[in-house]
Design a protein around this ligand. Structure first.
Ligand code: BT5
Length: 265
């Protein structure tokens, strides 16, 4: 196992399950990479890793996550979730809802979730989520999950233009005021902990209904791009068990795991 770097600061938060301890780094390759390196140690359950800068921040499928130093919340949470909470689809929706609630609590804006892992404000991407899992050598904790979140806080429109990201936005652009990184990061950890607690209590519905509402597509005509086929129809219902489409009068249920994108037709 690679030896962990030593953090530049350690935060303690009065949370229930996750993020009681946060290791804050001035610079890391990737918060997800460090969290994955720590994933053989179940005593790290709930550890939050934050970086002011990443030199190799990543998105899905080898894509890059770009964030100038001190501009963003770059967070990874390491968890050893019980079996019923290990589905990436569930974990992504949990993180996305926690981000949306953080945005509401800090800048009073209603964000939307773009399937599967983006959070948007006024149609622009403010946050991306990257869930990574790996097996461990432990019989009791066989699977480690890392929930990586990049939330844009203080970038300007000019910074996004220079980075070639015209469809990105930061919280300070959306709110029209400067924001403190620490406040947003703390709020995000609190919200992640809050909804994780509901899931641990066996309540999936609270999260699911917030997620469904934030998808904002119920009743609309959508195109669902699956791993095999694309479907076009009216979105009748969206739960973590299935996406129900009315396709020319026939109800079609699609498993969330088979869906790459959903967009308004
Ligand atoms: C994501 O991937 O959206 C997941 C990003 C997760 C980043 C966090 S930061 C903390 C943790 N540590 C890591 O190393 N990663 C996680 P994906 O859906 O593949 O989207 C990537 C695409 O989003 C890029 O190809 C760009 O088009 C765009 N993008 C890159 N940086 C962006 C930014 N700051 N804001 C908005 N869009 C961005």
């Amino acid at each position: 196992m690679t030896k962990p770097h030593s953090p530049d600061a350690i935060w303690s938060l009065p949370t229930k399950h996750l993020g009681q301890t946060s290791h804050v780094f001035e610079s890391l390759h990737s918060t997800n990479s460090l969290a994955l390196e720590l994933a053989d140690d179940p005593s790290c359950h709930g550890l939050a890793i934050l970086a002011r800068q990443q030199t190799a921040g990543r998105g899905q499928y080898g894509r890059t996550w770009q964030a100038p130093p001190d501009s963003s919340v770059l967070l990874s949470l390491l968890l050893f979730a019980p079996p019923q909470l290990r589905r990436p689809v569930l974990l992504t929706s949990w993180a996305a809802v926690a981000v949306c609630e953080t945005i509401l609590a800090t800048v009073n804006l209603q964000a939307k979730i773009k399937w599967p892992n983006d959070v948007l404000i006024h149609g622009k991407k403010v946050c991306g989520i990257l869930i990574e899992q790996r097996t461990t050598g432990h019989a009791d904790f066989p699977l480690a999950t890392v929930v990586g979140i990049g939330l844009n806080v203080s970038q300007t429109a000019g910074m996004f233009a220079d980075a070639g990201l015209p469809d990105a936005v930061s919280l300070s652009i959306a709110a029209g005021r400067a924001l403190a990184f620490n406040d947003i990061a703390e709020q995000l950890i609190h919200q992640l902990d809050r909804y994780y607690a509901t899931l641990l209590d066996g309540d999936r519905q609270t999260l699911e209904s917030l997620w469904k509402w934030r998808l904002g597509l119920l009743g609309k005509y959508v195109t669902v791009e699956g791993t095999q086929h694309a479907h076009r129809g009216r979105l009748v219902d969206a739960t973590l068990d299935g996406i129900d489409l009315d396709v020319a009068g026939t109800l079609v249920r699609l498993a969330p795991e088979t869906i790459r994108h959903i967009h308004e037709a």
